[in-house]
Design a protein around this ligand. Structure first.
Ligand code: HEC
Length: 287
């Protein structure tokens, strides 16, 4: 049987829909229109404002990125055995955690999955551990102490990791590439020269290219690292090396090696090393 409608009842619809407006029910929160001047519609007023702020930030960011390109380092060098990898500072604590015995070696799976998952497990447990109504932090011993312990652990691990990295650098006599780059840029600017662009430094021409020492170097495979024209590669450019090192220093470098530079003691005779050192010393920018 059809519902009988009272012909005298005044029906009010919501907007242009066919939904009846209900009588005021105090359990429903009032509509924003109940507070004229104090509130606004989400669509479009509020959304439009948010969107405009978003556009301003985005365009500003784009302009910044285009005008100031990200500083790129030297190309990665797979032959550089002295490179000490290190993550960005905010991951140092995780990096340090993974160096401990129970997170590395045969426990590496445990270290990667469980130790890194600990914070997530703690977050999952948070609603059960911290179920009281109290909001003041000194009245919530479990939550507060967990937070304090993790904060202290993160600070401590970051510090230990950085300290370890610095001592590794000292022991191996390595200057990180970014530090070296900054030092070179400072030096150039203090001399009034333009700031060097990594990988695009001007290399002086080769001096006395017909010297037999160059043949000896080709045979000894020096060019595999220093470039077929001594323009540099895995090792530094040797054109212009005479401006940096004297004959004795070049001799010692070939004889004893240095960092990723292998020693050629025994592979080359003293006479050959002297021949190369004499020639390389002549490699100066002035010619
Ligand atoms: C396996 C790659 C490799 C080979 C092969 C190699 N070098 Fe090197 N060489 C290097 C690296 C890397 C350096 C930079 C060392 C450092 O970081 O102090 C270097 C540095 C040098 C330097 C000092 C350059 C400077 O500006 O301080 C000289 C001189 C040199 N090498 C000469 C030679 C000669 C001569 C040979 C062949 C007999 C040779 N190298 C073979 C990798 C190599």
């Amino acid at each position: 049987m059809a519902h009988k409608q009272n012909p005298n009842e005044k029906v009010i619809y919501v907007g242009d829909s066919r939904i009846r407006k209900r009588e005021h029910n105090p359990s429903y929160p009032a509509d924003y229109s109940a507070y004229p001047g104090k509130s606004e519609a989400f669509v479009p007023n509020f959304l439009l404002k948010e969107w405009m702020v978003g556009v301003v930030v985005l365009v500003g960011f784009l302009v910044l990125v285009i005008s100031e390109p990200a500083p790129l380092g030297y190309p990665a060098n797979p032959l550089n055995g002295s490179f000490i990898p290190v993550p960005d500072w905010y991951f140092l604590f995780l990096y340090q955690m993974l160096k401990y015995p129970y997170a590395s070696g045969s426990y590496v799976g445990f270290g990667v999955v469980c130790l890194s998952g600990l914070p997530f497990i703690a977050l999952l447990l948070a609603p059960f551990l911290d179920s009281g109504k109290e909001r003041r932090f000194y009245r919530r011993p479990i939550a507060s102490s967990l937070m304090l312990v993790s904060l202290v652990a993160v600070c401590y691990l970051t510090w230990v990791s950085w300290d370890h990295y610095q001592s590794e650098l000292r022991v191996n006599g390595v200057v990180p590439e970014d530090v070296e780059r900054v030092a070179k840029a400072r030096e150039a600017i203090s001399k009034g020269l333009p700031r060097p662009v990594p990988g695009r430094e001007k290399i002086p021409a080769m001096v006395a290219a017909d010297d037999p020492a160059f043949k000896t170097m080709q045979k000894a495979q020096c060019i595999a690292c220093h470039g077929t024209e001594l323009e540099g590669g895995a090792g530094p450019a040797l054109r212009g090396v005479g401006d940096r090192l004297n004959k004795q220093q070049i001799h010692d470098t070939i004889m004893n090696g240095r960092n990723a530079m292998p020693s050629f003691k025994g592979q080359l005779s003293d006479a050959q090393i002297s021949e190369i050192a004499t020639w390389l010393e002549k490699q100066k920018a002035g010619g």
